[in-house]
Design a protein around this ligand. Structure first.
Ligand SMILES: NC(=O)c1ccc[n+]([C@@H]2O[C@H](COP(=O)([O-])OP(=O)(O)OC[C@H]3O[C@@H](n4cnc5c(N)ncnc54)[C@H](O)[C@@H]3O)[C@@H](O)[C@H]2O)c1
Ligand SMILES: [Zn+2]
Length: 392
């Protein structure tokens, strides 16, 4: 809508642009479901598009056939696209996000490979690798098409569905990054089989988060399946990861604020402390582990200062513990320094502080002020759970 003002030199023109978020769920994308991936690669005005594969080093190590499978895949569809160069293997985990020089190296590879805006970067890996390669792809030529194949529960349930990319800088999480809608995301079940038990549960921290924000029955389902999640026997696990992914996707596509222009960032529930905790622990803990701590803190705080009942807060702590999360990292850090995470969180978003808290499950609220004394008490309480918890 154009707002006509007396002075024709001043124009405020609002406009919207159409995006498509392509999400595919597969059982074995490097096997019987290859066609699903191939179908995502569109030809480029009658020319074969250039396609480059980027692979998380730990996935390559855990699954020695992965590189060959990616090559076989490209050979099978050689009439459809050109594979450019070798499969690029890059450091897995936070290491890829913590060294800004790796970003330049990625860009150089795109450059010498002559990738263009209609080329495809297909990245297979954990959330950290997706964030870093996604950022590089997002800024090269102002955007090369990115196909994410998340290989962790966390990336499948949460980060892979999002539109954020980035790396860490100045010791701060995601200090440099971009909002870019990926060309496509392929969530594949088989890829999760090589994950360590430690990493396997991490995605369920984000599942608990999104359930707390949006869906009581999903929260109850997680409660019922907690033990099966921890010992990886629940046949419902894939479905629960899918539910979390769909809730996340719906938030992005229907929530009215995909690029976080507004104050509230509900999907960052529990994250002001999680991000700070990761940095304070020098990234020795996983994002999912930090999120579990952050959820516990903000849930307890919500029961102290808002309408969340103590009984529900205890259920949340019990659920996280039963899935296998420990709050021990909190015992190793200074609570006052952790509280500085609030200001860093505010600064990252700009404007006044806006943090999501809970009045109940499925009833998030935005708060603009935090009672520091109560927050310290909440941190202490979660730390004391860390000291006392044993899984029954
Ligand atoms: N962009 C977003 O919206 C968003 C949202 C949430 C989290 N994140 C980011 O995602 C990152 C965390 O992602 P994550 O939890 O996936 O952890 P991760 O990427 O650190 O992966 C955990 C470990 O598992 C390895 N790995 C990955 N897949 C494997 C597999 N299939 N088999 C064996 N090993 C495998 C990785 O190399 C790494 O060592 C953080 O940097 C976090 O900030 C981003
Ligand atoms: Zn997260």
């Amino acid at each position: 809508m154009t707002r006509y003002v007396p002075d024709d030199n001043l124009l405020d023109v609002s406009f919207s642009a159409q995006f498509v978020h392509r999400v595919r769920f597969t059982e074995n994308v490097l096997g019987k479901d290859q066609g699903t991936l191939a179908d995502l690669i569109e030809d480029s005005g009658g020319q074969k598009p250039r396609v480059q594969f980027w692979l998380d080093q730990h996935v390559a190590e855990a699954n020695p056939h992965c590189v060959r499978r990616l090559r076989d895949f490209s050979d099978s569809f050689a009439d459809q696209f050109l594979r450019i160069g070798n499969v690029q293997i890059i450091p897995g985990g936070e290491a890829i996000k913590n060294d800004i020089h790796l970003l330049e190296r990625m860009l150089k590879v795109f450059h010498v490979s002559d990738l263009d805006r209609r080329s495809y970067v297909i990245v297979l890996g954990g959330g950290a690798v997706l964030d870093a390669v996604g950022f590089a792809a997002g800024i090269a030529h102002r955007g090369i098409r990115l196909i994410r194949i998340p290989s962790t529960t966390l990336a499948q349930a949460d980060s892979g569905m999002g539109v954020k990319n980035g790396v860490n800088l100045f010791g701060k999480k995601n200090w440099v990054g971009s909002f870019v809608v990926p060309w496509a995301v392929v969530n594949d079940q088989t890829l999760l089989s090589t994950l360590s038990d430690r990493d396997y549960i991490c995605g369920f921290a984000e599942a608990v988060k999104v359930a707390l924000l949006k869906d009581t029955s999903f929260f109850e389902k997680l409660e019922q399946q907690a033990e099966g999640i921890r010992n990886r026997t629940s046949s419902a696990s894939h479905l629960m990861l899918r539910t979390a992914a769909m809730l996340h996707l719906r938030h992005i596509t229907e929530g009215g604020d995909p690029f976080e222009m507004l104050e509230a960032r509900p999907l960052d529930f529990g994250h002001w402390s999680a991000h700070k905790l990761e940095a304070m622990c020098k990234f020795a803990i996983r994002h999912g582990e930090a999120v579990a701590c952050g959820l516990a803190i903000d849930t307890i705080y919500s029961s102290m200062k808002h309408d969340l009942s103590t009984a529900v807060a205890e259920r949340v702590i019990r659920l996280l513990t039963k899935i296998g999360f420990r709050f021990d990292p909190l015992a190793t850090v200074d609570a006052n320094t952790l509280l500085a995470g609030l200001e860093e969180f505010r600064q990252h978003l700009g404007g006044r502080l806006t943090v999501t808290m809970l009045d109940g499950i499925g009833a998030p609220i935005d708060v603009h002020q935090i009672d520091r004394k109560a927050m310290m008490a909440a941190i202490e309480k979660v730390s004391s759970v860390a000291a006392s918890t044993r899984v029954d």
